[in-house]
Ligand binder design. Structure first.
Ligand code: FE
Ligand code: MN
Length: 331
């Protein structure tokens, strides 16, 4: 009874379960519940409106990241609902996809909240994925990779089609959520460490925590398909995935230099590019593919800052601790 292509599966019978990992990701997601309105934007608004607190470099980086994420979250949500959900027939995996779709709605809501509270021009922010080349190229790369799956006649029958579907999963889970989000995460959390835009920074921490589960689910899904349909995972296919990761890393590095050409206090622009390579190797490892970059993590604080309950206690910015259950693997 494979996870895709299972005409015998009754999608309404979730018990007994076959894929316990899908259930675990669902529970981890529920334990991480949050909404953007719980986080105060008061200080962010003061800093944004003041003409002296933020440098032009910092303002640019904030705008670029709001511009990228505001539409990237919707792109991801649409891919889950309109493509992935159709082809993954297993009920516990679908239950997770429903949870993930909800979390993407929360993320989309976060950027509505940021635009509203900071008084940004929505036409500017929501058009950046068309007007800013370094953002557009990332979105186009993922969309092109996933186009064939959106054909209404597409099925996941046969080696060719399963490879197309896995390409979609790699495009969204590994590249979009696993690589294209990470220069932005590092920039916004670096700002927060300097006490700038701490409300948005905290929202990015919550988003990053959610995304690390999305990524883990996506890799488990890809690895399950690989195990169940080993004939699809040819040496050529695995080389192709390596090439896609290389191209994605180049696009994310270009984006990082464009968003933050001069670096930030204590961080030079090259370090964001190095971080992207470090992150990409972690993704390759998860797919049991050879590492390509062999970089040290230039931002060891990134893995610490995702340990939210610890940090919340330290700064006491929140009364509620949502992370009540399972421990998560951060990167
Ligand atoms: Fe998201
Ligand atoms: Mn996501």
């Amino acid at each position: 009874m494979p996870i895709i292509n299972n005409t015998k599966t009754d999608p309404n019978k979730i018990l007994p379960m076959k894929y316990q990992w899908a259930r675990q990701h669902y529970k981890n997601g529920v334990n991480n519940n949050w909404t953007p309105e719980e986080i105060s934007m008061q200080k962010d608004v003061e800093q944004w409106k003041s003409r002296t607190v933020l440098s032009p470099t910092e303002r640019r980086l904030i705008l670029w990241n709001l511009g990228f994420f505001s539409t990237a979250e919707s792109l991801t949500a649409n891919n889950i609902v309109l493509s992935v959900y159709n082809h993954v027939t297993n009920p516990e995996a679908r239950q997770y996809l429903l949870r993930q779709a909800y979390e993407e709605a929360v993320h989309t809501d976060t950027f509505i909240y940021c635009c509203d509270t900071l008084g940004l021009d929505p036409d500017e922010i929501y058009n950046m994925y068309e007007t800013i080349p370094s953002i557009k190229e990332k979105d186009d790369f993922v969309v092109n990779l996933t186009q064939s799956v959106f054909d209404p006649n597409f099925t996941t029958d046969g080696v060719d089609n399963i490879q197309k579907f896995v390409r979609d999963l790699v495009g969204f889970y590994v590249i979009m959520e696993g690589i294209f989000f990470y220069a932005g995460f590092a920039m916004m959390l670096a700002l927060k460490r300097q006490n700038k835009m701490i409300g948005i920074g905290e929202q990015f921490e919550y988003i990053m925590r959610d995304e690390s589960i999305h990524l883990a689910f996506g890799c488990d899904l890809i690895n399950t398909i690989r195990t169940e349909f080993p004939e699809t995972w040819t040496p050529e296919f695995s080389a192709e995935i390596g090439t896609l990761i290389d191209q994605a890393v180049a696009l994310e590095q270009r984006y990082a230099y464009d968003a933050c050409p001069e670096g930030l206090l204590g961080i030079n622009a090259d370090q964001f590019a190095e971080y992207v390579e470090y992150i990409a190797d972690r993704r390759l490892e998860r797919l049991s593919l050879p590492k390509r970059y062999h970089r040290e993590n230039p931002f060891p604080w990134m893995s610490q800052s995702t340990d939210l309950s610890k940090e919340k206690n330290f700064f006491e910015t929140r009364v509620t601790e949502y992370q009540i259950g399972a421990s998560l693997e951060w990167d």
